[in-house]
Design a protein around this ligand. Structure first.
Ligand code: ZN
Length: 261
């Protein structure tokens, strides 16, 4: 069975900005889904913020193996309940790919626990993406580096936790550098952040970027059954301990009491 992907798009600049509309007539989410669907092992559909529940019903998320996230203009407008719903699915094992300005999305900051801030500049400069982890599954089929002719600069310091793996580092005309492709694990779910993707440049039509996105989906896919109840803290009573033990010492909790929150 193909990997079931939902490409989530904020779909605001895609509709309101003429430059973005010209580059991405089907929206950025449409272009990202097209790039992913070039892989016969991937079945990518789209969901957008303006749909009921932002297009991310529990039923849809339960049938999603990997979610990709692109937002910029209105991160704050994303319903907190939906953010929690997505976070829980990641903990259960759903893969998450956060793109470009999604570094400031509620879901990315929720899962990272850090400001996720960076420096930036919109000057149409060149970005050289260095593949520094060449044996990594997300780097397969790529050259030692590739160039994005026009990009928005994202520079260090990037306030993320130390990544599990750094796959790409970018260098820009202006001299800054940035950890442009980094991985994390949260609960059962794998997370990949990839920075190229500013909306006024045709970056999601780039051959190398498409390869990165397809590789990332295959890497983030976890075929294991969802880890249901990953967020609860069950008490294991003394008589159910794997080895027989005798209770001793003072007690704070009553028998059968739920974990405190
Ligand atoms: Zn941007």
């Amino acid at each position: 069975m193909a990997i079931r992907v939902v490409v989530w798009g904020e779909n605001i600049h895609d509709r309101e900005n003429e430059t973005v509309r010209k580059i991405y007539p089907k929206g950025m989410h449409g272009a990202i889904a097209d790039a992913l669907n070039k892989d016969k092992g991937i079945k990518a559909a789209t969901a957008t913020m303006d749909q009921p529940e932002h297009g991310l019903s529990q039923k849809l998320l339960d049938q999603t193996d990997v979610l990709t996230w692109w937002g910029h203009r209105n991160h704050g407008g994303v319903d907190d309940a939906i953010v929690e719903r997505v976070a829980k699915r990641v903990w259960e094992g759903m893969g998450l790919i956060v793109l470009h300005s999604g570094h400031f999305s509620k879901i990315f900051r929720r899962l990272m626990g850090t400001p996720c801030s960076l420096t930036w500049r919109e000057a149409g400069e060149k970005e050289r993406v260095w593949t520094i982890n060449r044996q990594h599954p997300i780097a397969q089929g790529l050259d030692p580096w590739f160039v994005i002719p026009e990009t928005e600069m994202y520079g260090e310091p990037f306030l993320i936790p130390e990544p599990m793996e750094t796959v790409f580092i970018s260098w820009y005309d202006g001299g800054e550098v940035f950890r442009s492709g980094v991985t994390f694990q949260r609960g059962g779910g794998r997370i990949f952040y990839f920075s190229p993707g500013h909306e006024v440049y045709p970056i999601y039509k780039d051959r190398n970027v498409g390869q990165v996105l397809r590789n990332a989906v295959n890497w983030a896919y976890n075929p294991a059954k969802p880890w249901k109840g990953v967020e609860i803290a069950p008490n294991r009573p003394t008589e159910k301990a794997p080895e027989p033990i005798t209770e001793k010492g003072p007690k704070l909790h009553k028998p059968g009491e739920e974990g405190l929150r």
